[in-house]
Design a protein around this ligand. Structure first.
Ligand code: UD1
Length: 423
């Protein structure tokens, strides 16, 4: 079983480069199903989740070729299957993104319900309601969401909540619908803009992505094209927090600081000297951060995907911090792991109150989910002594060679892969 082993206490310095965004690459890859041409995507991160989406697309009849470092070529012009395989969907919720494109292209789709995960129940009711609004008949059969339609027709869809995944799935389904679709109360995350930009490159007519109302004028078909996936704002944010909490001097390169306003403001409030240009952020941190309060919200609010990492920083800040998690109902799994390292955290309903301690102590801990895993690595970097993070497969879902890149900043960190046992 792979483990990450860290000897904490090093002040990090130097530059670290951000990879392509997982949460943009996955829906864009699903969007390839809409295309009857050849699509080439670059800046696709080398992650387990990308490999899973690659396998889902192949199972549906798309040809996928890895043609260079972080570059993939796709051809979905042939005969496609309308049924996504359970084994793959079960292992990655984002596989559900193929539902909208399959429905648009084939007028039918059968995709296993992804089920909950460590951080919450995560239903897909908003996706399904939207497909119905576009004219599909939706049912649940044998654990699968099944949608069929003679024809999809553009409509006004008001989302009950600005769900990122539902906005993406419905935007993709509407590209080939007859007439105009308006998605109101849509999510405004940068990944939505990236998906819309990609779809427009291959011939879609989408305006308003990044605002609460997205308008999609249906077209007859979508062709091929080339697209470069945006940089990963969550990875960039993780690295900025890492520099800040280690008292470091770190430049995070190849990111878009415009995607990270909420975090940048909070880090400044914590006492970090932070400057940025168009595509990098430089962090110059004091020896101890100040406590702050945050609430996770849909974009442009503070990202739930950076909550666990900032909590790790709060654990050693001076004073009492708080985090209110409003997006997911069970996203505090990392609290008990941080407590094993000496953190002082109390949970009241959806709010965690973190009393900063002078130092954390190294311990064996688990990565309970992807971002919680990143938080444990951050905690290990500032802890006294040795921290061993297990269940590293969660971290591999979202960070490409995390250990190698962090080591270059001066961290004492290594990965130990034991081929005898599996995660
Ligand atoms: C995406 C991101 C994930 C991030 C999340 C919120 C990807 C692959 N994943 O997940 O990293 O943490 O956005 O920024 O892009 N909900 C419903 N019904 C639905 C859909 C969602 O009740 O049909 C609820 C969810 O349970 C959750 C909330 O809405 O409580 C937000 O979910 P959503 O925005 O859909 O997140 P994902 O797209 O799953």
């Amino acid at each position: 079983m792979a483990k990450i082993i860290i000897e904490g206490g090093k002040r990090l310095s130097g530059s670290i480069t951000v990879s392509g965004a997982k949460n943009a690459a996955l829906p864009i890859m699903a969007g390839v199903i809409l295309s009857t041409g050849t699509v080439e995507l670059s800046n696709v991160p080398a992650l387990n989740d990308v490999n899973t989406m690659d396998r889902v697309l192949q199972a549906l009849g798309t040809r996928v070729e890895n043609v260079g470092s972080n570059v993939y070529r796709f051809d979905a012009s042939g005969q496609l299957n309308d049924e996504a395989p359970y084994e793959l969907v079960k292992s990655m919720r984002a596989s559900f993104f193929v539902m909208g494109p399959l429905l648009a292209r084939l007028k039918r789709a059968r995709v296993p319900l992804p089920g909950g995960c460590a951080i919450g129940v995560r239903p897909v009711n908003i996706h399904l309601k939207g497909f119905e609004a576009l004219g599909a008949t939706v049912s649940i059969e044998g654990g699968c969401a099944v949608a069929v339609a003679d024809k999809l027709r553009g409509n006004k869809i008001l989302l009950d909540f600005p769900s990122v995944g539902a906005t993406e799935n419905l935007m993709m389904a509407a590209t080939l619908a007859e007439g105009v679709t308006q998605i109101e109360n849509s999510a405004q995350e940068p990944e939505i803009i990236d998906l819309a930009n990609f779809l427009n490159v291959i011939g879609a007519k989408i305006t308003g992505a990044g605002s609460p109302t997205i308008t999609i004028e249906g077209v007859e078909k979508l062709g091929g094209g080339r697209y470069r996936v945006m940089p990963d704002r969550i990875e960039a944010g993780t690295f900025a927090i890492m520099g800040a909490m280690t008292g470091g001097n770190v430049k995070v390169e190849n990111c878009d600081p415009g995607h990270l306003h909420a975090l940048i403001n909070k880090l400044r409030e914590m006492g970090v000297e932070l400057s940025h240009d168009e595509n990098s952020i430089s962090v110059n941190a004091p020896s101890r951060l100040k406590a702050v309060e945050i609430k996770t919200l849909p974009f442009p609010g503070f990202a739930t995907d950076l909550q666990a990492q900032l909590m790790a920083a709060m654990c050693v800040a001076n004073g009492t911090s708080s985090i209110t998690e409003t997006i997911f109902e069970n996203r505090f799994m990392h609290v008990s792991e941080l407590a094993r390292m000496g953190a002082s955290i109390a949970i009241h309903d959806r709010t965690a109150v973190i009393h900063g301690v002078e130092s954390l102590k190294g311990a064996p801990v688990s990565a309970t989910d992807l971002r919680a895993g990143a938080a444990m690595v951050l905690a290990g970097l500032v802890a006294e002594g040795r921290t061993e993070v297990s269940q590293v497969f969660h971290i591999d879902r979202g960070y490409e060679d995390l250990v190698g890149r962090v080591r270059k900043l001066g961290a004492c960190i290594e990965r130990v892969d034991d081929p005898e046992t599996e995660d």
